[in-house]
Design a protein around this ligand. Structure first.
Ligand code: ADP
Length: 424
């Protein structure tokens, strides 16, 4: 994946995460707020009903204002302006909370004006709705000097009650957080993989570069040896010198291939396009390639008219050479390679062989980097799986198409398709 794409992905991903976190926190706080308002409303209804019942029981009149006062988030004072019987109060409270279907623990206390203190009432658990008889007289709830006849109710488990009412919101928040963690983890994996692959690429690039100098030295030395009169006379030495030259050339070709791929991936491909005439260029390539096979096994079928296209000649020669090399490599018995140039609705360069062929499944992955058809024992040809990857990239950079037709056991035809509009 190119650097700029990863950068964009990181920026967009980061912004989305910030956005999601912001929305999620806002939604969470808003829901908490709404649930708290609902809680307050229900508590108000319960306490008002209790106060009214107490007033009816006492035959007193409730104050017009300030009947129920929320003194803190979970602490309410009810100013009923008449004497309060704790036993009756407790009964009413339990009944009214149950009528409102509010399953929440609460504790209450009643103000005693003789002792000028709040007398702790009871802790009522929502679980069984019976009184928790462990009356803790030492338990102190804050009192209020501005009120005379009043009782207070406190909800020790208000937070957990509100949270229990926000199950949906909490589930969605957890899912979003999971998604964010997954995204961050994926990005971390991508970045680590990228760093590793860059290290690997740099290493291969440097290593192959290091090979180039000794290879050139060996080539010069082998050429000198091959042209030496003494060696020419000695058949055995001459043969050895030839082997050195051939193997050196082979190694050089492989190093070039790897370097070409490294260059290809470093930046976007820069093509130095020239006008080339395909009959002539292909003829030159075929003449060179024919030297690799004894007898007349490579044929070039020219087109009856000149065909001019814009192409980077060096890359074009590499592409065709690669495909002819493959055609020879993968045709173990009497290779017959045909290069056909034709111009119909597009310009076609076919490279046809009578080799081992490629099955349908492998044809789909043929142009992937490092892909080699697994052949078991059928043939034992060495390679990196980079040739066709290079071919595909160069064709794509020119705006050409590459197609393959093949039947296992019968042969393969690779076709480069150059759209007519790219013709000169
Ligand atoms: P390499 O030849 O170095 O393995 P390539 O990228 O050139 O890598 O080719 C990828 C694979 O495609 C080869 O391993 C081979 O199995 C298959 N292949 C390529 N050309 C031919 C061909 N003409 N006939 C049969 N198989 C081929």
């Amino acid at each position: 994946m190119p650097n700029y794409l990863i950068q964009r992905l990181l920026i967009l991903g980061g912004l989305s995460i910030i956005g999601i976190l912001f929305m999620q926190s806002y939604w969470l706080l808003k829901t908490w707020d709404i649930k708290d308002k609902e809680f307050d409303q229900s508590v108000n209804i319960v306490l008002r009903n209790v106060a009214q019942r107490m007033a009816r029981y006492n035959g007193s009149i409730l104050p017009k204002t300030g009947l129920i006062q929320r003194r803190s988030s979970n602490y309410y004072a009810v100013n009923i302006n008449s004497a309060i019987d704790p036993a009756i109060l407790e009964q009413y409270l339990i009944q009214e909370f149950s009528n409102q279907a509010m399953n929440i623990d609460f504790e209450y206390a009643v103000y005693d004006c003789f002792s000028d203190d709040l007398v702790y009432g009871n802790y009522c658990s929502a679980e069984n709705n019976t009184l928790n008889q462990l009356k803790d007289s030492k338990k102190k709830l804050p009192k209020f000097d501005d009120l005379v006849y009043y009782f207070v109710v406190r909800f020790p488990s208000r937070e957990s009650f509100l949270l229990a009412n926000m199950k949906m919101t909490i589930t969605f928040t957890s899912l979003s957080i999971l998604a964010i963690i997954f995204f961050v983890y994926s990005m971390w994996v991508i970045l680590t993989q990228k760093r590793l692959s860059e290290l690997q690429k740099d290493f291969i690039n440097n290593m192959t570069h290091e090979f180039k100098t000794p290879l050139s030295s060996v080539k010069i030395a082998a050429d000198v040896l091959a042209n030496d009169e003494e060696i020419k006379k000695n058949k055995r030495l001459h043969r050895y010198t030839q082997i050195i030259r051939e193997q050196n050339q082979r190694l050089n070709d492989q190093v070039e291939k790897v370097l070409n791929i490294a260059r290809l991936e470093k930046d976007s491909i820069e093509l130095k396009k020239d006008i080339i005439e395909l009959n002539q260029t292909l003829n030159e390539i075929v003449t060179n390639e024919a030297l690799k096979l004894p007898d007349d096994h490579i044929h070039f079928q020219t087109w009856h008219q000149p065909v001019f296209v814009m192409a980077d000649k060096l890359h074009f020669v590499n592409v065709i050479t690669n495909m002819i090399d493959n055609a020879i490599k993968y045709s173990p018995n009497n290779p017959e390679v045909k290069i056909i140039l034709e111009e119909k609705d597009a310009i076609f360069v076919h490279i046809k062989d009578n080799g081992i062929g490629i099955d349908k499944e492998s044809q789909k992955k043929l142009f992937d980097k490092f892909y080699r058809v697994s052949t078991g024992d059928v043939h034992n040809v060495k390679g990196f799986g980079l040739g066709l990857y290079y071919v595909k990239n160069i064709c794509a950079a020119h705006g050409w198409n590459i197609q393959v037709q093949s039947e296992p056991g019968k042969g393969t035809t690779f076709s480069i398709v150059i759209p007519k509009q790219l013709k000169i």
